[in-house]
Design a protein around this ligand. Structure first.
Ligand SMILES: *Cc1c(COP(=O)(O)O)cnc(C)c1O
Length: 412
């Protein structure tokens, strides 16, 4: 069964008792037993649940494995991985541009428990080698990253991490299994915020952990029941419904983001565009080898003041100002004041998160409408206009950024 058939049919035969074409939404907390211990595989809904199990079976197949557990959020899924494999004294490596919630979980929850997280520039082979000289229990990788959209060479980092005895975890939220399959590239565990592309409609919070084999999966499955951060049957049902159009949606997210990125690079009001699908992007060469599509998120640095940037993100017609991504409706976020506001301004700048950086999550609308919406906003930016005397610098910098991968990947 191929991917787009899997999402519709796999583990989703009509219900044998009623003939229901769709997977029943089973609303129950418990299951009647014939005799003590004699039941049909379900005893209590936290431990195992039929709607949830169908979702886990489908999600496992999409990442080309047999082992998946879903959780009440992406962060609950991450927590299960950390709890399963970390003990006091252990060390975790992350990329420089890790999801804010992951950073907070490691710093505020795990550091006090004696686990040290260290951020490494995965793009730099020397930095990787030096970080892996000291034993690390987990090497945690996101690619593309949030919000800079750096692309990490998954096969290279995974191979080195494994050779050093670390467990390789890939957060595949931004790419989705349509665009990237981390197990093929050496991952031991894959984690998703199903809130984003998998469910796809911005109507629920959910997470998933996939493991490459039964042994790696066992402690995850145990913790799903033992700590109980399980999603509701309704949310599992909604994700199953959303998954049926995953291939269609992500294809459109990809093409809309490509169209938006290609429009933005030509605009004088834009200082820099990051999108792995642009031939000029520093991540493009690696992305081409490990991704089938480049995702729906585009990040843009405007030639604007922070105030103008705030107005730009607040006044869009279709790009609604909200955190999150991966839904059918386009969203715009302003990391400096939203997702990454908790990071001190100094450190934000050091990490390449400028105060004019805007993150676009391109939905599935007509690309012309999305482009018009952005062009209208750009034409209202006055800092970039010749009268403000900054046009020449801006276009020259943008061109330099596009032609010099060293400049672009270092960020500013
Ligand atoms: C949103 C997100 C998470 C966290 O998922 P929640 O469902 O919000 O708990 C983790 N990683 C990435 C890359 C995300 O975008």
């Amino acid at each position: 069964m191929r991917f787009d058939t899997l999402t519709v049919h796999f583990a989703q035969d009509p219900d044998p008792t009623t003939g229901s074409l769709t997977t029943p939404l089973v609303a129950t907390s418990t299951f009647v037993q014939e005799e003590p211990g004699v039941h049909r595989g379900f005893d209590y809904a936290r431990s195992n649940h039929p709607t949830r199990r169908t979702l886990e079976t489908v999600l496992a197949a999409l990442e080309e494995t047999e082992h998946c557990a879903v959780f009440a959020s992406g962060l609950a899924a991450e927590q299960a991985i950390l709890q399963a494999f970390l003990r006091p004294g252990d060390r975790v490596l992350t990329g420089r541009d890790v999801y804010g919630g992951t950073f907070r979980l490691l710093e505020k929850v795990w550091r006090p428990l004696g686990v040290v997280a260290e951020s490494v520039d995965y793009a730099d082979p020397a930095a990787r080698a030096s970080a892996l000289k000291t034993p690390a229990r987990i090497v945690w990788i996101e690619s593309p990253t949030n919000p800079r959209l750096d692309v990490v060479d998954l096969a290279a980092v995974a191979a080195e991490a494994r050779a050093a005895g670390a467990l390789v975890v890939v957060d595949n939220t931004f790419a989705s299994p349509v665009n990237q399959r981390p197990f093929r590239l050496g991952a031991d565990l894959v984690v998703h915020s199903a809130t984003k592309y998998l469910a796809g409609h911005s109507d629920l919070i959910q997470g998933a952990v996939m493991a490459k084999d039964a042994e790696t999966f066992a402690p995850i499955k145990f913790l799903q029941n033992a700590t109980g951060a399980t999603p509701s049957a309704f949310d599992c049902w909604l994700t199953l419904r959303g998954l049926k159009t995953l291939g269609l949606r992500v294809a459109r997210h990809n093409s809309n983001a490509q169209a938006v990125a290609e429009c933005l690079v030509r605009r004088p009001e834009v200082f820099r565009v990051r999108y792995p699908g642009l031939a000029s992007d520093p991540g493009h060469a690696i992305a081409k080898t490990q991704m089938r599509g480049f995702g729906g998120v585009v990040s843009v640095e405007l030639v604007a003041t922070p105030e103008e940037t705030r107005a730009f993100v607040s006044e869009r017609r279709y790009f609604k100002l909200a955190e999150s991504l991966g839904g059918v409706k386009s969203l715009v976020a302003y990391p400096a004041a939203m997702t990454h506001a908790s990071i001190p301004a100094e450190e934000r700048r050091a990490r390449g998160l400028s105060d004019t950086l805007v993150r676009l999550s391109c939905g599935v609308e007509d690309p012309e409408d999305l482009i018009e919406d952005l062009q209208e906003g750009l034409s209202q930016l006055t800092s970039s206009k010749p009268s403000a005397g900054r046009l020449e610098t801006a276009t020259a910098d943008t061109r330099a950024a596009a032609s010099d991968t060293k400049t672009t990947s270092s960020g500013r």
